[in-house]
Design a protein around this ligand. Sequence first.
Ligand code: ZN
Length: 129
Amino acid sequence: MSDHSERDLLRELFPDTARELFGSGAGVTVPTLGLYPVAGDRMALVSGGQLAELEPLEQKGHKAAHCDLCHVTRSRSEAGIFRVRASERTTLYLTLCLNTEHCQRRAGKQGLEQLAERVLSMAAVAKEE
Ligand SMILES: [Zn+2]
């Protein structure tokens, strides 16, 4: 087992996830918004044709955590902290319920759209540099 470089990780994650979620491209309108569990306990945030990778971090401490998606306060065992790397210099940390199905149901479409906008707009800005 060698350590994957970040580029390898992204290459590994995105093509498969993208294929799975968007099919082969043209004319496919299936899942356009949502959080999807992918390999290695990571999550993929999808909005339109965009994807962001959420990488889980080690849990520390026992303080309550406030979910950035459904905005419910949870105990540390019920929430996870995820790192989103938009670029070399731009990193965003998100706290999310581990039970993402229930979380996304609570947040609804609007909540997901807001989160996606926050995360993916940052990634888009980073890409334009
Ligand atoms: Zn939540």
